[in-house]
Design a protein around this ligand. Sequence first.
Ligand code: FES
Length: 150
Amino acid sequence: MAGATVDTILARHGYEEHALIAVLQEIQRERNWLPPEDLATVARMLRVPASRVYGIASFYKAFSLVPRGRHVVQVCTGTACHVRGAPQILDRLGRDLEIQPGHTTNDMRFTLEKVRCLGCCSIAPVVRVGEHIHGRLTQVRAGSMLKKYP
Ligand code: FES
């Protein structure tokens, strides 16, 4: 893992069972998904059943149990973004990346996702890449935006 190891993350939370969700959030932030070996480590170190860890990991949409790319590209398809061109931007990104929403490029660089309102409708249409929000996008700007992400 680039960045913190699972053990480091668990130590930060004092190996406390009540921090289970926070621990999973940190692992997800580090890796963009929750690998099975990490979930097994969490269950073992926190002394909770693996079924409980998996139950939480699969319940929350923010968690992914499948590998995702280094950069997760989330195209908002909420109402404000939809009427201002989100479908065209999603098409453009899908064409450029040669993947459908919900999929990851073969080089594991990008995952393309559709999401509901990202909470910044005034700058619609909006795409979030990792922690970065890109607003007032056009198809052309959406295409060039991806070049910033190695
Ligand atoms: S509908 Fe896209 S940010 Fe609100």
